[in-house]
Design a protein around this ligand. Structure first.
Ligand code: GDP
Ligand code: MG
Length: 206
């Protein structure tokens, strides 16, 4: 049995549904979630990906830091995939996705220089007051290098698992092409370690 650790970030403006998404996705197999000194909620979900493969997801939900459009590198360190989320009833949250994606691409990349796989989620599609059209999301997604985009409703549990499966598939396929013998060097994605680094400046600990 092999087990891979994948660090995945969830970014986007405040109030778009990021924390609700993580809670929905991990509920049932939720281990623990705690606020770190860097201001992220960190959750774990273990997937039995195949007979011989387990995947341990570390989901980093930026919590209350959304106004810092430029995030510290520590958030991005070792991340192998990302979700950028906006709210279809809030146009400005959609427009800000360009900045979220650029900030991500400026601060983290794969060893071969490519950007890490990123999926765009158009959340709250259950609501009638939608202001962002599918056409503009589709154009934006293609122009900005997302692997794909999906409409989600965390409220109605629509496309939550599907979006994560799509992202994890893409991450695993990239990882196996970069490291065919599964010899990925252990990245420093240990939150304890990262929070200790950060605690020097922020004080306190999780
Ligand atoms: P965050 O700031 O991005 O983490 O957003 P939250 O997860 O805290 O959600 C913000 C608000 O949006 C909360 O009141 C949620 O209940 C609500 N919300 C999240 N997802 C959905 C959704 O798919 N549909 C609707 N109608 N409300 C949602
Ligand atoms: Mg939140």
């Amino acid at each position: 049995m092999t087990e891979q650790l994948l660090k995945i970030l969830i970014v986007g403006d405040g109030n778009v549904g990021k924390s609700s998404f993580v809670l929905r996705y991990v509920s049932g197999q939720f281990n623990r979630s705690y606020k770190m000194t860097v201001g992220v909620d960190f959750s774990v979900k273990v997937l039995q990906w195949s007979d011989r493969e387990k995947v341990r997801l570390h989901l980093w939900d930026i919590a209350g830091q959304e106004h810092f459009i430029s995030m510290t590198r520590i958030y991005y360190k070792g991340a192998l995939g990302c979700i950028v989320m906006f709210d279809v009833t809030n146009e400005s949250s959609f427009l800000k996705c360009r900045h979220w994606k650029q900030d991500l691409d400026n601060k983290v990349m794969l060893p071969n220089g490519d950007s890490i796989p990123c999926i765009l989620l158009a959340n709250k599609c259950d609501l009638a007051q939608r202001v962002v059209s599918s056409d503009s999301i589709d154009k934006f997604s293609k122009a900005n290098g997302f692997i794909t985009w999906m409409e989600t409703s965390v409220k109605d549990n629509k496309n939550v698992g599907e979006a994560m499966t799509r992202l994890v598939q893409q991450i695993l396929s990239i990882q196996s092409s970069l490291y065919p013998l599964n010899l990925r060097p252990e990245d420093s994605v240990n939150p304890q370690q990262d929070s200790e680094i950060n605690s020097n400046s922020a004080g306190g600990c999780c």
